[in-house]
Design a binder for this molecule. Structure first.
Ligand SMILES: C[S@@+](CC[C@H](N)C(=O)[O-])C[C@H]1O[C@@H](n2cnc3c(N)ncnc32)[C@H](O)[C@@H]1O
Length: 196
């Protein structure tokens, strides 16, 4: 893995205003880098292109792109300033690309993995991620201990997906068919009227 690149990336995230509230470098390493790589084996279960939805300063997508150079990794980020910061890292990582835009506005059934960390409450993150994933792939959510897996499972059922076993700190939603008609709902709707 390109350790030097990841160190430079961590420094840049910490030095750039508005990317993270973290100030301590070791804490940033744990949250932005180690937590991202904790999902590596789950991501490896599904071969093909990866999207990091709501990438912010680039996690989990940049650590995953560095660890999986043979996989195409797309960082999807709604805020232009953050997308511009992310674009800088495509020079070092040939498998990385960046889209400035919202999850709800993207083509559907395009990726095998949609990964999301701290994107939104898990039922909303699930609704934003699952339309991006093709049948056989999965949305992989990094979640806290209070995440309501039953609510996420109800969202998954509406989007042709089901919850599958995963280690603590993750919810894995395997897509079993194409995105049903009516999804994604218009931007803003998933947050205003969550499915669960
Ligand atoms: C709290 S940050 C988390 C960033 C990063 N994943 C992390 O763990 O540090 C959530 C990010 O998601 C982006 N975002 C929110 N809604 C989005 C949407 N519908 N589509 C794409 N990005 C979105 C925000 O601009 C923000 O950068």
């Amino acid at each position: 893995m390109n350790d030097d690149l990841l160190e430079r990336w961590l420094d840049a995230v910490l030095a750039t205003r508005g990317l993270t509230a973290l100030r301590d470098r070791e804490e940033a390493r744990r949250v932005l880098l180690d937590d991202a790589l904790a999902g590596l084996e789950l991501v490896r279960r599904f071969d093909g292109p990866i999207a990091d939805v709501g990438s912010g300063g680039g996690t989990p997508g940049i650590p995953l792109a560095a660890a999986l150079p043979e996989r195409e990794v797309t960082l999807l980020e709604a805020e232009r300033r953050k997308a511009e910061f992310l674009e800088r890292w495509t020079a070092d990582l040939p498998n990385l690309r960046v889209i400035w835009g919202r999850a709800e506005d993207q083509a559907t059934d395009r990726y095998t993995v949609a990964a999301a960390k701290a994107l939104a409450p898990p039922p909303v993150a699930a609704e934003w991620c699952l339309p991006l994933v093709e049948a056989g792939g999965a949305a992989i959510l990094w979640v806290g201990p209070s995440a309501d897996a039953n609510a996420v499972a109800r969202v998954a059922a509406r989007l042709a997906a089901e919850l599958e076993p995963a280690p603590p700190g993750f919810l894995v939603l395997r897509k079993t068919g194409p995105t049903p008609p009516g999804f994604p709902r218009r931007p803003g709707v998933a947050k205003k009227r969550p499915l669960a």
